[in-house]
Design a protein around this ligand. Structure first.
Ligand code: ADP
Ligand code: MG
Length: 248
C-alpha cells in the first residue's frame, strides 16, 4: 500500500511555544488512523499544521503528501491536493445554502461546475445516507443547524468533495448515540466508495466501534508517546492514557 501522508520529525511552534516536537507518522492510502491524547496534547495543532493553518510555524521536519513536499504550501493549495480538515465547531455562513456551498466548493476543487440537476441528485443520495432531512440542502450553511446536523454536514462534505485525506477533529463531540452511528456510517461510506484515507481525532468508543482502524497514535506533550494497531485505541478507551504517557 502506498504512503499518502508522511510526517517526518515535525516540530511546530505558535507564539514562541513549541507545541509539537519531532512528530513522525505515516498514513498509507486507504487506511484509517486514530490520533488520541489528553486535552492540550497537540492533536488539533497537528491537524491544523497538516492542513496548512498559518497560525502554526513549522520549525523542523517535513510534511509529504502524495509524494510531494507540501511543508511550505498554503492551505488553499493543500485543499486542492485533496486534504480536508473538519472542525470541532463548524462555522455558520448566512447567505449561502448548504447545496450552493458544496457546489461552489466542488467547482473550486475541480475547476468544473457540476450541472445543477446532477449536483442535486448526488446531494440527495448522500443526505439520505446520513439521515439528513432534504430541506437542509436549501438552508443557509449551518445557520440554526443543531450540533448533530452541523456534524452531519461536515461528513456530507466528505461524501461530496471526496478528498484524498480527511482529518476529522472531534467530529463526534456533542452528538447523541444515534447521530454518532450515522456519522460512523458516513465515514465508512467515504472510506469504501471514495477509497478515502482518514486521520480521526476522537475519544468516542461509539464512533470507533463501527470502523476498521489500521493504526493508533497517542500524543503526549507534543510528542508521539505510543503507537499500535486498532486494539490500542480500545485499550486507551477502557484503561486511560496514563500507562502510555507517563514516560514521555
Ligand atoms: P489538543 O487538540 O490535543 O487538545 P491543541 O493542539 O489544541 O491540543 O493544543 C496544544 C497546546 O498548544 C495547548 O497547550 C494549547 O493551549 C496550545 N496552543 C494551541 N494553539 C495555539 C496557538 N495558536 N497559540 C499558542 N498556543 C496554542
Ligand atoms: Mg483539539
Amino acid at each position: 500500500m502506498s504512503e499518502l501522508l508522511i510526517i517526518k520529525a515535525l516540530s511546530v511552534t505558535a507564539e514562541d511555544k513549541e507545541l509539537l516536537h519531532e512528530v513522525t507518522l505515516t498514513v498509507g492510502e486507504g487506511e484509517t488512523h486514530v490520533l488520541m491524547g489528553h486535552n492540550g496534547a497537540g492533536k488539533s495543532t497537528l491537524g491544523c499544521t497538516i492542513m496548512g493553518s498559518p497560525e502554526y510555524a513549522v520549525t523542523g521536519g517535513k510534511i509529504i503528501f502524495d509524494g510531494e513536499d507540501i511543508t511550505a504550501e498554503s492551505a488553499d493549495k493543500r485543499a486542492k491536493r485533496g486534504i480536508f480538515l473538519s472542525f470541532q465547531n463548524p462555522i455558520e455562513i448566512p447567505g449561502i445554502t448548504l447545496s450552493e456551498f458544496l457546489r461552489n466548493a466542488l467547482e473550486q476543487l475541480t475547476g468544473k461546475r457540476t450541472k445543477l440537476w446532477e449536483h442535486k441528485k448526488k446531494l440527495k443520495a448522500a443526505m439520505e445516507l446520513l439521515d439528513m432531512d432534504s430541506s437542509y440542502a436549501d438552508r443557509d450553511l449551518n445557520v440554526g443547524f443543531s450540533g448533530g446536523e452541523k456534524k452531519k454536514a461536515e461528513i456530507l462534505q466528505l461524501l461530496m468533495l471526496r478528498p484524498k485525506l480527511a482529518i476529522l477533529d472531534e467530529t463526534d463531540s456533542g452528538l447523541d448515540v444515534d447521530a454518532i452511528k450515522t456519522v460512523s456510517k458516513g465515514i465508512e461510506e467515504y472510506r469504501k466508495s471514495c477509497g478515502g484515507t482518514l486521520l480521526i481525532i476522537t475519544h468516542n468508543s461509539g464512533l470507533l466501534e463501527g470502523l476498521h482502524i489500521d493504526r493508533t497514535h497517542i500524543l503526549s506533550g507534543g510528542k508521539i508517546a505510543k503507537e499500535g494497531g486498532g486494539e490500542l485505541a480500545f485499550d486507551v478507551l477502557a484503561n486511560g492514557f496514563e500507562k502510555f504517557t507517563s514516560e514521555v
